[in-house]
Design a protein around this ligand. Structure first.
Ligand code: FAD
Length: 442
């Protein structure tokens, strides 16, 4: 029997799923699939990784929902192209459907898959699902992607109609009539965390619910107070793995809070910047910032990682990150600014550390924000801007409620003295960057 495959990647949900809805409406029974990509998993530094536990539990949930609906969900471990090629032998596959992924690795993988499938006479369909506007949908009059958030945001809002946020009816069409069922005992067993060499680590299990209305309504007033547990929406993990869809989140934000809507538009913007400039995943966008003589002192980097810099807001942030895998945006900015300017360490060291630790790690958002803080990106804070961690603390945590939660010894002799003087460090970074920029243009 001819079937089609729907390959879940960053969209671990049945509801409001553009590609899944299209596959279910294609007239061919759908075989849903998830691949644990060995090219990624084999290089994860930590075999107890809360993100993998999260993915695994979501895949098992999808599997149970598929069985309950009368179909079979396949989960495989391996290199995606090899897994898919093997499935072409196992099943009579007429088409593969999946949602677009804009990261450099994913776009290359999908291009190669397109060729492989074409060679077998199998159709390959990709759908826009994880952003509202993709690729060249928002460009300046001269045909380039805007390099200023204000311009992107303005064009985005001008084009944003309610139709674009309507949900896709994938959950409604997810019925036995539209699903392929492999006879009992004939589908290979799904991998387990243990069979893939991973331990279960439940550090933080977010629900896939929309944030409470009250949180969204107050967002603009509470977002910069890290002591508040619900000052922001805490939906980044769900958006990363697609257990929540950006359309449902935007519908809520559009109705209740324009500031939150703007922050979610940043996510779209960074994804498209990375798609347009894939090289920025590892290199400064601004050529004048590529030869900055960072100090890259290993001991100081270690002190930053462990929250021992003697700057309370920086240390509290790093300790929260290490303990929970989460950090509020305002504190991410403080710790990142401190690393790249005060310690004058390459932004890529910090980006990598965040990538290992953040449960919501998202290449586009992480690189985009790190390059922003370092002043190296396609859009950036000015390279000479150096935020004082003390003034930041006075602004966002004046009574030190947040700091004391993570750095109980602050104010005692057990707490270290500052690793570097703010003014000295600021002048050192600004002068070195200025000289590097002049050298790059002469
Ligand atoms: C140095 C640095 C690194 C970062 N790395 C990541 C990362 O790896 N993954 C990630 O998802 N976010 C990253 N961010 C952006 C932001 O800090 C997080 O999205 C946010 O803190 C997540 O918490 P929340 O869901 O409560 O956010 P909220 O403030 O409630 O915002 C709602 C959603 O809007 C989006 N958003 C908000 N702020 C930003 C922003 N500055 N850039 C892009 N999208 C935004 C996110 O999807 C977020 O979940 C980084 C920021 C900085 C300064």
């Amino acid at each position: 029997m001819k079937i089609c495959i729907f390959w879940h990647r960053r969209d671990l949900r049945l509801h409001d799923n553009a590609g899944l809805a299209a596959a279910l409406a294609s007239g061919l029974p759908v075989l849903p699939l998830f691949i644990y990509d060995s090219d990624i998993l084999d290089y994860l530094p930590n075999k107890a990784d809360a993100r993998l536990t999260y993915i695994f539990d979501e895949v098992e949930r999808l599997s149970a929902a598929t069985a309950a609906a009368g179909g079979t969900f396949l989960a495989r471990y391996g290199k995606p192209l090899e897994v898919l090629e093997a499935l072409l032998k196992e099943f009579d596959v007429a088409a593969v459907h999946t949602n677009e992924d804009y990261e450099p690795y994913a776009t290359q993988r999908d291009a190669a898959l397109g060729q492989l499938l074409a060679g077998h006479g199998v159709d390959f369909f990709l759908y826009k699902d994880q952003v509202i506007f993709a690729k060249d949908e928002i460009l300046t009059k001269s045909g380039t992607v805007p390099k200023v958030f204000g311009a992107y945001h303005k064009s985005f809002l001008a084009k944003l109609t309610d139709d674009l946020l309507l949900p896709y009816g994938s959950a409604e069409a997810f019925t036995a009539a539209n699903l392929h069922r492999v006879p009992d005992g004939q589908a290979a067993a799904r991998p387990t965390l243990e069979s893939m060499g991973f331990e279960r680590l439940e550090q933080f299990v977010p629900t896939a619910d929309l944030p409470a209305q009250e949180v969204v309504r107050n967002y603009h007033a509470t977002r910069n107070t890290p002591a508040l547990q619900n000052g922001t929406t805490r939906i980044s993990v769900q958006l990363r793995f697609g257990t929540l869809n950006v359309r449902q989140v935007m519908r809520q934000a559009k109705a209740l809070n324009p500031k939150l809507l703007a922050e979610i538009i940043w996510r779209d913007f960074f994804m498209m910047l990375l798609w347009h400039y894939p090289g920025t995943a590892t290199e400064a966008y601004d050529p004048k910032m590529r030869a900055v003589p960072y100090r890259n002192n290993e001991d100081e980097f270690q002190a930053w990682c462990e929250g021992r810099t003697g700057y309370p807001l920086v240390d509290a942030g790093m300790r929260e990150l290490n303990a929970t895998g989460y950090l509020p945006n305002r504190v991410r900015m403080t710790v990142a600014g401190f690393l790249v300017k005060h310690l004058f360490i390459d932004w890529r060291w910090g980006e990598k550390y965040f990538a290992d630790k953040l449960l919501d790690y998202e290449l586009a958002n992480n690189v985009g924000n790190w390059q922003w803080m370092a002043g190296t990106g396609a859009i950036s804070a000015p390279w000479f801007r150096v935020y004082s961690p003390e003034s930041q603390l006075a602004q966002v945590d004046p009574d030190m409620k947040y700091v004391k939660r993570w750095v109980p010894e602050v104010g005692t002799r057990a707490y270290p003295t500052p690793i570097v003087d703010h003014k000295f460090a600021r002048d050192r970074a600004v002068e070195a960057i200025r000289a590097a920029r002049i050298a790059a243009t002469s």
